[in-house]
Design a protein around this ligand. Structure first.
Ligand SMILES: C[S@@+](CC[C@H](N)C(=O)[O-])C[C@H]1O[C@@H](n2cnc3c(N)ncnc32)[C@H](O)[C@@H]1O
Length: 354
């Protein structure tokens, strides 16, 4: 071990030579003062506390505070030891907000791995070893508990409370990934809120709306977003400008209640679907909020499930399922229903009764 001389100073426990001064141990040869990495590591490990730290970090990544709590040493001492070990490359650290976490550098090389093994064996011989192990278990268990405390508190109302990054938009993107590449017709598409989302996954999306402005705006937006598979067409959802039997799915999202003849709109949806295709419809449950005519241009104040069911059946759809999927918190508490129905596979059935 090189002892500090009058010309040397101590930084974080390691003897160093002041620049420009010479140690008495190496007169005239400054190269002999260059400390080899192995020697540096040996020096760094020649301390019981540092052995304890290496041994603890071998079992878990720990913050300074946690190491302090486990070893019962002051923060500045811990930091000094961590600094020394880090200088040798035996440890790595990362910042997480205000905290710094340390872990063993498992990619430090064979020599470092040998040193680490030796350090762990050395730590096991120390009287503090048992206590460190107990305290480590306690700290790790508490970490686990802290992560659970929040969720235990919000369980039961979690779906109604805010959670960072949780949104229906994000869920929508996730759910889309489950879709096969389909051809979809979005009838009464508006400016394409849903159509754009679908176009990120579908083979082709045809968005139909009778508002010239909506179509113009939607088409411009789709171009701007580079969605070449999203085509806007101006037309009526009761006779959409789409080839018969050409799409896998028809979507009617909050548009059926704008149609003069909703039953005709459902027949038209049936006609453009390939045999075996699906109709997916979101609309409002029958309500009595009259102002919807004036405020939102609605023709129908939603629909009773029974009317929808009947119209779908009369259009030729089978496997009809209708359910209420959402209720708004604010007055007038609009409720949304989702209807799913299948155009049966095989040739078109006899002309449905009107
Ligand atoms: C409430 S918005 C729904 C937009 C979109 N589907 C959504 O869920 O965000 C209704 C849209 O249907 C369109 N629309 C109304 N009557 C229509 C009709 N007969 N044929 C085609 N589109 C119609 C309107 O121009 C409007 O863009």
């Amino acid at each position: 071990m090189v002892l500090p001389t009058r010309g040397a100073f101590r930084t974080r426990g390691i003897a160093r030579t002041r620049p420009g001064s010479r140690s008495r141990l190496d007169p005239g040869n400054p190269r002999r003062n260059v400390v080899s990495p192995i020697l540096k590591s040996l020096r760094a490990l020649a301390d019981p506390t540092r052995l304890r730290i290496v041994s603890l970090l071998e079992r878990a990544e720990l913050s300074v505070n946690e190491l302090q709590e486990i070893t019962r040493l002051g923060q500045s001492r811990i930091s000094t030891h961590l600094g020394l070990l880090s200088e040798t490359g035996l440890l790595l650290s990362r910042r997480d907000g205000k905290r710094t976490f340390y872990r063993l550098n498992r990619a430090a090389g064979t020599t470092a791995t040998e040193f680490t093994r030796l350090a762990i064996r050395g730590a096991a011989e120390l009287p503090e070893h048992e206590g460190d192990a107990v305290n480590l278990r306690r700290v790790l268990a508490r970490r686990e508990e802290q992560a659970q405390v929040y969720f235990n508190q919000v369980a039961g109302r979690f779906d109604r409370s805010y959670g960072p990054g949780r949104s229906w938009q994000a869920f929508g993107h996730l759910l889309l990934r489950m879709l096969p590449p389909l051809t979809v017709a979005d009838l009464g598409s508006g400016e394409g809120l849903l159509a754009e989302l679908l176009a990120r996954r579908c083979r082709k999306v045809i968005a139909v709306d009778n508002s010239e402005k909506m179509v113009e705006f939607g088409a411009r937006k789709a171009r701007k977003n580079g969605l070449k598979n999203l085509e806007f067409r101006q037309g009526d959802l009761q006779s959409p400008p789409i080839e018969p039997e050409s799409v896998d799915v028809v979507v009617l999202s909050q548009s059926l209640h704008h149609a003069g003849d909703p039953a005709q709109a459902l027949r038209a949806a049936f006609a453009v679907l390939k045999p075996g295709g699906q109709l997916l419809l979101l609309d409002l449950v029958k309500h009595s909020f009259d102002k919807a005519h004036e405020l939102y241009g609605d023709r129908w104040l939603g629909f009773p499930e029974s009317d929808l069911h009947r119209w779908l059946e009369m259009a030729g759809f089978r496997s009809i399922e209708i359910s209420v999927v959402a209720r708004e918190e604010q007055e007038p508490h609009f409720e949304t229903l989702l209807a799913a129905a299948e155009r049966p596979p095989g040739p078109r059935p006899e002309a449905p009764a009107r």
